[in-house]
Each structure stands twice: as structure tokens, then as C-alpha cells.
Write a new protein. Structure first.
Length: 410
């Protein structure tokens, strides 16, 4: 007998294609920013897909779309990710996790699985945080973090305030605390594209994420002496930009040597900044990331060592301030074990790995056991129209997530 029912992943692939109509530009990028019409259309379409799968779906006070399969007793197993994007972002970042969550529900229903506890699928609001610099607003509200009142005042590039944008969705900033649902959650699982090159390079199907790496931002100002480009001899100059150039290279080399931390100089500014003046001052941003406790401490120490050496060689002084400091967030080791066994049973190749990017899971993890699964990103591209994950990898991710949820909700 031929089974004519569509394979489960076929429906998932259709859903992924169906999202193409929301916020797509001519270059193939997607722009679905927080509280925009494009994102609302996306959530409404997805809410209907949730209802088609038998979930009770609604958008909460913080703009999170929550679909609930209210079966069994007790707290819910939550599958989450996000549907918002950066400007001209990719097709898979966030969307894959939400749509696969719905597909998991369809699969479990199709196989006659009766969950022992509720299963929810959540699309968190504003994971990317680009429009109002209000990153992970939805998951922050969901866990009950107080959203600082000044976030309502933040304005986008077109001078629209966040509170104002929320009103276009009939939502009010002051009502955000009503979105707190963490007390009803048993555990949290997120499937996401890796956004990096490791899985593809190693020919591995699934990454079981152990932690979200910590990150520190530094602002480093090197100071020397400004002087005339023509009358000041080359010998004995105190050129801050020359020092910065040395520092940038040395920071890269120190990170390579460590085999552990990452160091990125993303912006640089010189004073006075004229073509015919020796730069007396140079300020650079340094982004440090490292897994594990102590990883960031070692990275900071390597920055200090680099700066001390450069200052000595170029007769400069260095002032250093921290602009952000986010400690690493460990994910739950028992969920990682369970995921590994589930993935193993599906016959998939897997490896453990940290996540170098932030995800909604990092907000949930301090409150409930949380785990993440990665599927490969072709060429490691993320936050760009070229972001791509193959149909086969989408199918493998769906199998891995289904196997995980089967265990967590049995
Ligand atoms: Zn994402």
C-alpha cells in the first residue's frame, strides 16, 4: 500500500516557503522588525498555522505569539524561537525554530502521541532588538523581567517611539508585565540555525548546545600626541593610530593563540581625524567572547597584556572602559544528555558546542532547564539574505526536535 499522506517535513518546508511573502525585499532579504506591520502579518499567519495544528493561539501583551496544546497535567514543555528579523536578514534565523515547533505538534498528533503535560510553541517578540535597541523584549517579558520604562521612549530610525509602535498592535507598554508566564513552564527547547560554519565543515547534522558564550565589550582609548604631519620627524612620534593598528593585529593573534576566546575590533575613531595631522588619540571597540567560567577573564587579561606592550613600544597611554558585560549562560546538562540520546536514536551525527550568538534560550535558562539544537548554516552565513539551510537539514532538525519533545512530554 502506498502512503499518500505528505511526509511531515513536506508541510514544514511549505510553511517556510509561505513565510517568504512577509517583509521580503528584491534582494531576497527579509525585514520584519519589532511591532511592524510585516511582523504582525507574519504572526497572524503563523497563529492560523498553529490553530490548523490544533493549538490555541494568541498574541500576548508583549507581542509574543503563544500556541498551546493543553494536554496532560502540570507545567508546559515550551518550544520557542522568534519570527522577527534584522533589516535584510535571512529566511531561517528564528523562523525555522517556530515553524518546526508547529511541525513537531503535527507529527506527534499524527503518530497518536498523548503528551503527559502541555506543549507550547512560542514566537518571542523582538529577539533581534534592532528597531528600538530592545533586544529579546519578548523573552524578557515572558520570564518576568522588569522592562525599564525608558525602553518605551526609544525611537526608531523614522523617529517612531516604541510605545507608539506598540499601540499600532493595540498593545500598551504598561501592560507588558501581564506577559509573565515562566511559572507555567517546565522546560524550554529551541531549534535554531547555527549561524556559524562548524557543523557544515565537520559534516555533522546536529549541534547540541552546551552554553551561550559570555561577551564583554570594551572601549579602548589610546592617547599619544597630535602634531603636524610635515614638520614632526618620523622618529619619536607618539601616533595613537599606529598603536591601534599594532593592537588590532596583536588582539587577533592573541585570540588565535588562545584557541578559546574571540576578539573583534569593530569600530575605530581618531582625533583630530585630519589627513595632515598625527592622530593623538584613537578609540577602538573590542568585542570579546569566550565559553566557560573564567574564559572572559583570560580574554580580558590578554587585552591588557597587548595594550601594555603597544603602549610601551609607541609611548602611548591606554584607558579602558567596559561597555557591556554578559556572563556566559550554561544550558541544562540533563536536557543536553536527553537531546543527545534522542538525536542518536534518529541516527543523526551530532556534537556538543557552545553558541557564539545570543538566543531567547539565554533568557529562559536561568529560570527553567533549557536546551538548544543547531542545524547547519551553509557557509556559516547569518543575518544576510544568503543565509541558507538545506531541506535535508531542515528535515533532520525536525526529527531531532520531535524526538526531544517526545522524551520531555512523555
Ligand atoms: Zn535567531
Amino acid at each position: 500500500m502506498v502512503d499518500r499522506a505528505p511526509r511531515p517535513e513536506a508541510e514544514l518546508l511549505q510553511d517556510l516557503s509561505a513565510l517568504d511573502r512577509f517583509g521580503r525585499d528584491e534582494a531576497g532579504g527579509f525585514t520584519r522588525l519589532a511591532w511592524s506591520g510585516e511582523l504582525l502579518d507574519t504572526l497572524e499567519w503563523t497563529a492560523q498555522r498553529m490553530r490548523d495544528a490544533g493549538l490555541v493561539a494568541e498574541i500576548d501583551a508583549a507581542g509574543n505569539l503563544i500556541g498551546r496544546w493543553e494536554m496532560g497535567e502540570g507545567k508546559a514543555v515550551v518550544i520557542g524561537s522568534h519570527l522577527d528579523t534584522v533589516t535584510a536578514g535571512g529566511r531561517f534565523d528564528g523562523a525555522l525554530g517556530v515553524l518546526t515547533g508547529i511541525d513537531v505538534v503535527r507529527r506527534l498528533r499524527a503518530e497518536g502521541f498523548t503528551p503527559s503535560r502541555p506543549i507550547w510553541v512560542v514566537a518571542f517578540m523582538d529577539e533581534e532588538g534592532e528597531r528600538f535597541n530592545s533586544v529579546m523584549l519578548g523573552s524578557r517579558a515572558f520570564v518576568g523581567e522588569v522592562i525599564p520604562a525608558d525602553e518605551a521612549e526609544r525611537r526608531d530610525a523614522l523617529d517612531v517611539g516604541m510605545g507608539e509602535a506598540m499601540r499600532t498592535w493595540d498593545r500598551d507598554f504598561s501592560a507588558i508585565p501581564a506577559a509573565r508566564r515562566i511559572d507555567e513552564v517546565r522546560c524550554y527547547v529551541e531549534l535554531h540555525v547555527e549561524l556559524g560554519p562548524v557543523l557544515e565543515a565537520e559534516g555533522v547534522d546536529i549541534g547540541v548546545v552546551t552554553e551561550i558564550v559570555g561577551l564583554v565589550g570594551l572601549s579602548v582609548t589610546l592617547a599619544g600626541a597630535t602634531n603636524h604631519a610635515g614638520t614632526t620627524p618620523m622618529v619619536g612620534r607618539r601616533d595613537a593610530l599606529v598603536g591601534a593598528a599594532k593592537a588590532i593585529t596583536a588582539l587577533r593573534d592573541a585570540a588565535l593563540d588562545s584557541g578559546r576566546h574571540m576578539a573583534t575590533v569593530g569600530s575605530i575613531r581618531t582625533v583630530p581625524g585630519g589627513a595632515n595631522a598625527i592622530p593623538g588619540e584613537c578609540t577602538l571597540s573590542v568585542d570579546l567572547r569566550a565559553p566557560g567560567a573564567g574564559g572572559l577573564q583570560a580574554a580580558r587579561a590578554s587585552v591588557r597584556a597587548v595594550l601594555a606592550k603597544v603602549c610601551d613600544e609607541e609611548q602611548l597611554t591606554a584607558a579602558l572602559t567596559e561597555t557591556y558585560d554578559l556572563p556566559p549562560v550554561p544550558l541544562d546538562p540533563q536536557i543536553a544528555d536527553l537531546m543527545e540520546r534522542a538525536v542518536e536514536r534518529e541516527g543523526l551525527r551530532h556534537r556538543r558546542m557552545p553558541s557564539g550568538a545570543g538566543h531567547d534560550a539565554m533568557l529562559l535558562a536561568p529560570y527553567v532547564p533549557a536546551g538548544m539544537l543547531f542545524v547547519p548554516s551553509v557557509a556559516g552565513v547569518g543575518h544576510a539574505p544568503e543565509e541558507f539551510t538545506s531541506d535535508a537539514d531542515v528535515a533532520r532538525g525536525a526529527a531531532a526536535l520531535t524526538a526531544t519533545i517526545r522524551e520531555l512530554a512523555r
